[in-house]
Design a binder for this molecule. Structure first.
Ligand SMILES: NCc1[nH]cc(CCC(=O)O)c1CC(=O)O
Length: 313
């Protein structure tokens, strides 16, 4: 039977771009199959009357899509790997991780200045603790302005709030066709990206072999290894989005190098370290690096960050 395959996605411009891209890739590989996009609001009311315990309290951007998957309303969900919690709800799996875009963060500044050239006390907008901590570590004089909202909103705030610069993920800026606005790719020695940044993941029901075989060829071996190592590190650190954790896995042949950082919110304390090992041991490498970093002071930094967050929550 030629039943249509429903691809679930959030409805932000970036999410729709990513879901359409996945749909196009699948359509060209399987011309005989009908693929359809299904947009979903992430803050819908139906979240309130479903067993939340099953889903957990993370996954702000993914929960509703996961519920739709579990209920069979969609057959696969397209996510930014960065937004996907390290632990998935029972019954769901990552079926494929697509070839990663350049994973780093970029600076978009109003007068074309690089990070090192911004005037003392310059106001920089960012949405994450990870970026805040690493930016302050490099430039303690900066005034960081925390901003909410999707990419389009944040770009608007650059002018509206008269900021000097924004720091964003390259991948999002590029996918929305705004790469010409980029002033600088921020070097990885200054700022490590978020776990999974730049990679698009496809989530499916565990054991759904028909869907798994349809999406198999979307998986990129190197990206999968890198993101697997990063997610293992994050899980062992019990990071989550409320603590400043950065990570980057890079594959070279059969070897992978994983770098990680845990930094205090003010950037004054940081533990940064790296491991190298076989690609086949990506998860174990992530856990090893996490334990080493925890022992070297990351545990204290994380506890302090969590306490601070609880105070303000
Ligand atoms: N936090 C939202 C988000 N989720 C994924 C991306 C970028 C795309 C990607 O990482 O694949 C962004 C925008 C940003 O952080 O600037």
């Amino acid at each position: 039977m030629n039943k249509e395959i429903v691809i679930g996605t959030r409805e932000s411009r970036l999410a729709l771009w990513q879901a359409r891209w996945v749909a196009e890739q699948l359509q060209s590989r399987h011309p005989g199959v009908n693929f359809r996009l299904q947009g979903m609001k992430t803050h819908g009311d139906n979240i309130l009357d479903v067993a939340l315990a099953k889903i957990g309290d993370k996954g702000l951007f993914t929960k509703e899509l996961e519920l739709a998957l579990l209920k069979g309303k969609i057959d696969l969900a397209v996510h930014s790997m960065k937004d996907l919690p390290t632990e998935l709800p029972p019954g769901l799996s990552i079926g494929a991780i697509c070839r990663r875009e350049y994973p780093g963060d970029v600076l978009i500044s109003r007068r074309g200045l690089k990070l090192a050239e911004l005037p003392s006390g310059a106001r920089v907008g960012t949405s994450s603790l990870r970026r805040t901590a690493q930016l302050l570590r490099f430039r303690p004089d900066l005034q960081i302005s925390t901003m909410r909202g999707n990419l389009t909103t944040r770009l608007r705030k650059l002018t509206e709030q008269n900021l000097d610069a924004l720091v964003l993920a390259y991948a999002g800026v590029h996918r929305l066709g705004l790469a010409e606005q980029i002033t600088q790719r921020i070097p990885f020695d200054i700022c490590l990206p978020a776990v999974g940044q730049g990679a698009i993941g496809v989530e499916i029901r565990s054991g759904d072999e028909r869907i798994q075989s349809l999406i198999d060829s979307l998986n990129d071996r190197e990206t999968q290894a890198a993101v697997t190592a990063e997610r293992a590190l994050m899980k062992e650190l019990e990071g989550g989005c409320q603590v400043p954790v950065g990570a980057l896995g890079r594959v070279d042949g059969e070897m992978i190098t994983l770098e990680g950082i845990v930094a205090s919110l003010d950037g004054r304390r940081a533990v940064r370290d790296a491991v190298t090992g076989p690609v086949a041991e990506a998860s174990a490498l992530g856990r090893t690096l996490a334990r080493r970093m925890l022992a070297a002071g990351a545990a204290e930094i994380l506890n302090a960050a969590r306490q601070e967050f609880d105070l303000h929550a």
